[in-house]
Design a protein around this ligand. Structure first.
Ligand code: CAA
Length: 696
């Protein structure tokens, strides 16, 4: 397509033509980039004085990939990366790709089609397309194996992880590591190669190391690493072609399969999550320049599973932590667990023992809360009890230095009420980590009524610093994630009452790609937690003791994984095995309640469970507890194992069509939330709602 747009600057250094791509922030291959590169190559072809070309990125990076935003455009409106790559492959003069920052996806493919590649130390080169549910579509699957060999190419394309320029040098992926100014080095390199004939071309090389065993092992491996996903298998097939077929054949097939993968719901889901994650960092009405508190030291109250896990996040990025407990025994136990976690990482070779000691050296245990007076942020991570939390915050108010952030890791409680006991409610925020807190990437950032903009902005920046995905949520029972899970759990319980076996209910969610179903999750979290809450609620409401079938399981002493028995049995401590006693208990329960069991299909269970999440999600949006539906998706993908390739529950509902979601909800006796109903009736999606809201 010709647009007249040109995002490439042309300059000269004697006989070298320099083409600088100017498409900030990441020089994605958008419309205007191919036009500019073609215009430059036209000059290089027609001007006899030009002896070589350097392609470089302006700003902070080389090309970080195809412009993902254009993937939904019709082909004729998409920037034609293949056209540029084809032209470079047969170009009559040497072309040097000069790489800094990241050369990812289409960026690396562009570089691979050049005659030479040079890079600064630390630059990153990779083909991350698998993370977006696609495959390298501009020759990457055919050229990379021809440069680094089939094994390394498979490793890079299936993990999607980049290699640093230093390693790229040893792999032959770059021809020279440039110390000092990249452009100067690249021009000198180009000048030294103006007379080289014939020009080396990656497409003419042979891909080494493609044994049948290698591809068989790769196909086996992706069944585990990319379970249920479509594009990894195509990547393996194409890498195999690179080792067996002429370049042109593999390249043509790659083009065809790329289009297929790009148009798949899985790729739409993964692209949705890519942008949703970045969108989650933007908070309506919060000025980008809001002043933030510098976090140099953290305090944590509680050295249990959560407190210890939270501490590790800070230690990992070099922020010292003071951790408080009420007894020496609890403190020793907590520190022991942190040390053990680090030592296990060291055993796997992912950290040195020196690093273990360094991190442990930054963790100061104490029994005296007064020792938190120097902390810039204090996170309370004790058990869920409002009275205990209020007492702690009252004490913290007297101890914490002025300006310190006071955070609660509550997963359900009212942060406004917690803040109300302090004289500085503007400094109070909820930071809801997910267990295991050192692993799970989600952080729900709870904005209470009086939380200041500065504290909120600091919370968001902190999430990024400790490598979490922060999502802002409002105050309500369970915030976003646990509030939705509550409804999901209710629906699961009903399905079992109607006749489904617990393992069939869980299998319904496995079929969607979730690693755990609702009952496996309840067993892991502990069935006693919900039981205690129900007991408390009944007592407060003056109602009789709760007597659901789940309450009966707890009363039989089966609290879940921790007692090696819950809805399931756990003979080896971890793996759930269906329990006959649960079937019997359910059967008795149904008889007592006059419920006639019926066959529940897997399809019905999957719909009812997923749509219970969606329905509550719609209500949450309507109440303003979440800013946008894509935030809810981020929460479910990073906090609850909803497969990213399905885009999260709200995106999944959009893909199914909200009309059909509403019809199913009604069919199965759930009342559609007003917002869901409205959108369905207007033929719109949650994504439409997000867009309209962003426009204001
Ligand atoms: N297309 C469109 N927009 C992109 C983009 C891309 N490939 N990569 C990044 N952006 C946008 C982001 O959405 C973000 O936009 P907003 O500021 O509006 O939110 C902005 O650029 C900055 O991105 P980050 O916040 O992620 O910046 P970062 O410095 O933390 O990370 C990065 C930079 C490592 C390049 C990261 O953005 C990234 O991993 N990008 C994706 C790279 C990728 O997947 N490339 C392959 C694309 S598929 C392809 O190329 C197919 C093919 O073979 C033809």
């Amino acid at each position: 397509m010709t647009t007249g747009k040109n995002l490439v600057d042309q300059t000269r250094d004697g006989e070298i033509l320099i083409l600088t791509i100017q498409n900030p922030p990441v020089n994605a291959f958008s419309v205007g980039v191919p036009e500019g590169l073609h215009a430059g190559l036209d000059v290089a072809e027609s001007d006899a004085e030009v002896r070589a070309v350097v392609i470089i990125g302006g700003g902070r990076t080389f090309v970080a990939g195809a412009d993902i935003r254009t993937f939904d455009l019709p082909r004729e409106q998409s920037p034609d990366l293949r056209g540029v790559v084809n032209r470079l492959d047969g170009f009559s003069k040497p072309v040097v790709a000069a790489i800094h920052g990241t050369a990812l996806g289409g960026g690396l493919e562009l570089a691979l089609a050049c005659t030479y590649r040079v890079a600064v130390p630390g630059a990153q080169l990779g083909l991350p397309e698998v993370k977006l549910g696609v495959l390298p579509g501009a020759g990457g699957t055919q050229r990379l194996p021809r440069v680094v060999g089939a094994q390394k190419a498979l490793e890079m394309m299936l993990s999607g992880n980049p290699v640093k320029a230093e390693e790229a040098g040893t792999l032959g992926l770059i021809d020279e590591l440039v110390d000092g100014d990249l452009l100067t080095g690249a021009v000198a390199f180009a000048r030294a190669h103006t007379d080289t004939t014939p020009l080396p071309r990656v497409s003419e090389k042979t891909a080494e190391g493609g044994s049948p065993e290698l591809f068989a092992a790769a196909r086996d491996g992706i069944k585990k690493t990319h379970k249920g996903q479509y594009s990894p298998g195509l990547i393996v097939d194409l890498a195999e072609m690179a080792t067996r077929k002429p370049f042109a054949e593999g390249y043509a097939e790659e083009g065809r399969l790329f289009m297929q993968a790009k148009d798949s719901p899985q790729s739409r889901g993964l692209r949705h999550i890519f942008f949703a994650e970045r969108e989650a960092g933007k908070i309506a009405g919060l000025d980008k320049n809001t002043p933030q508190t510098e976090i140099r030291a953290a305090g944590i109250i509680g050295a249990g599973t959560m407190g210890g896990g939270i501490a590790m996040n800070f230690l990992n990025v070099g922020i010292p932590v003071t951790i408080v407990e009420t007894t020496q025994e609890a403190l020793d136990r907590g520190l022991g667990v942190v040390r053990k976690n680090y030592e296990n990482t060291a055993k796997k070779g992912r950290m040195s023992m020196d690093d273990v000691e360094k991190r442990m050296g930054m963790l100061t245990p104490t029994l005296n809360m007064q020792d938190l007076s120097g902390a810039d942020i204090i996170i309370e991570a004790v058990f869920e009890n409002m009275d205990v939390k209020k007492e702690i915050f009252t004490r913290l108010d007297a101890i914490a230095k002025p300006g310190a952030i006071l955070a609660s890791n509550t997963s359900t409680l009212d942060v406004n009420e917690i803040a109300s006991v302090t004289k500085r409610p503007e400094s109070v925020i909820g930071l809801h980590f997910f267990s295991p807190a050192n692993v799970m990437r989600l952080l729900e950032i709870v904005r209470a009524d009086k939380t200041s903009d500065s504290v909120l902005a600091t919370g968001m920046a902190l999430a990024k610093r400790i490598k979490k995905v922060g999502v802002v949520v409002g105050v309500c029972d369970g915030f976003v994630g646990n509030r939705m899970v509550h409804h999901y759990g209710d629906e699961a319980r009903k399905l079992a009452e109607e006749g489904a076996k617990p393992q069939d209910v869980d299998a319904a969610m496995h079929s969607l790609g979730l690693p755990m179903g609702p009952f496996e999750m309840s067993d892991m979290a502990g069935l006693d937690v919900g039981h205690l809450i129900r007991q408390h609620q009944a007592k407060v409401a003056g109602q009789p003791k709760p007597d659901g079938w789940l309450d009966r399981i707890v009363e039989a002493g089966r609290k879940g994984q921790k007692t090696q028995a819950g809805i399931y049995n756990y003979p080896d401590g971890r793996r759930p095995v269906p329990a006959e006693s649960t079937d019997e208990l359910l059967s008795t329960y149904r008889q007592e309640k006059g419920l006639t069991p019926r066959e529940v299909s897997q399809d019905e269970a999957t719909r009812r469970l997923t749509y219970s999440l969606v329905n509550e999600g719609a209500q949450i949006l309507d109440e303003g507890i979440a800013q946008r539906s894509s935030d809810i998706d981020v929460i479910y993908v990073y906090g609850y194992g909803f497969p990213a390739y399905r885009g999260g529950p709200m995106k999944y509902a959009d893909e199914q069509g909200l009309g059909s979601v509403m019809a199913d909800l009604e069919k199965y006796g759930q009342t559609p939330a007003p917002l869901l109903k409205k959108l369905a009736e207007e033929g719109r999606t949650f994504a439409d709602w997000d867009k309209e809201k962003a426009r204001g």
